[in-house]
Design a binder for this molecule. Structure first.
Ligand code: SF4
Length: 214
């Protein structure tokens, strides 16, 4: 399968924020979010081809086998993703996947958790494709919705988030600098307090800024 990068860090987003984790970023994505900070993953022919057994060995060499985060790119669009998921769930105590949800969850396991991140209309023409499977995502007990909200998108985010169960919604500020994140987060905090949603930070940006491999 095609891999963009592998690294050890802290989970920066969603319910496991702050947990030490090993990451694999898969190569390839057609969603085209306007603020995407991993555009280097879009071209499915870039990155490097890694056989699954070698990929698992590399991931285990990074550190303790605690939390494995599979991100992208768009993992659901990467050939070999389901085989990776199956092996990862057999080898790691907890696996999390970051996805736009352009398809439904391909499998369910007791140690497999999904950070489904559907997009807003202002972000990509494909936003409806990422919401089309929302009932499947919400039927998966270990999936949460993590909605990234940029400047001017609060009303649309609120409209769509109200269609989901309140306790499954995380709003996350868009931004690639600590200053931009704080500004957005302060506005989203008011929305979260009013509506009863949670807020996800972007801990890695706060700690290290817009760098690769963190
Ligand atoms: S789905 Fe993720 S990787 Fe793809 S364009 Fe959007 S933010 Fe970037």
């Amino acid at each position: 399968m095609r891999v963009s990068e592998i690294f050890r860090s802290l989970q920066g987003e969603g319910p496991s924020t702050g947990a030490p984790a090993s990451f694999v970023r898969l190569q390839g994505c057609t969603i085209g979010c306007k603020w995407c900070d991993t555009r280097y993953t879009w071209d499915a022919s870039r990155g490097r081809e890694v056989p699954l057994p070698s990929l698992l060995d590399e991931l285990e060499s990074l550190g303790p086998r605690d939390l494995l985060v599979i991100t992208g790119g768009e993992p659901l669009q990467v050939r070999g993703f389901e085989e990776l998921l199956d092996s990862a769930c057999g080898n790691w105590p907890r696996v999390e996947v970051e996805t736009s949800g352009v398809g439904g969850p391909p499998m369910s396991r007791p140690n497999l958790f999904w950070n489904w991140s559907p997009k807003l209309p202002a972000v990509t023409p494909l936003w409806e494709e990422t919401w089309a499977h929302s009932s499947q995502w919400m039927a998966e007990p270990r999936a949460i919705a993590k909605i990234v909200v940029g400047e001017g998108d609060d009303a649309e985010a609120a409209r769509l988030a109200r269609s989901l169960p309140k306790d499954r919604v995380w709003l996350m500020p868009e931004g690639v600098t600590p200053e931009a994140l704080k500004r957005r987060a302060l506005a989203l905090a008011e929305l979260c307090k009013r509506e009863g949603w949670r807020m996800s930070p972007r801990l890695h940006v706060w700690l290290w800024g817009a760098r690769r491999g963190v």
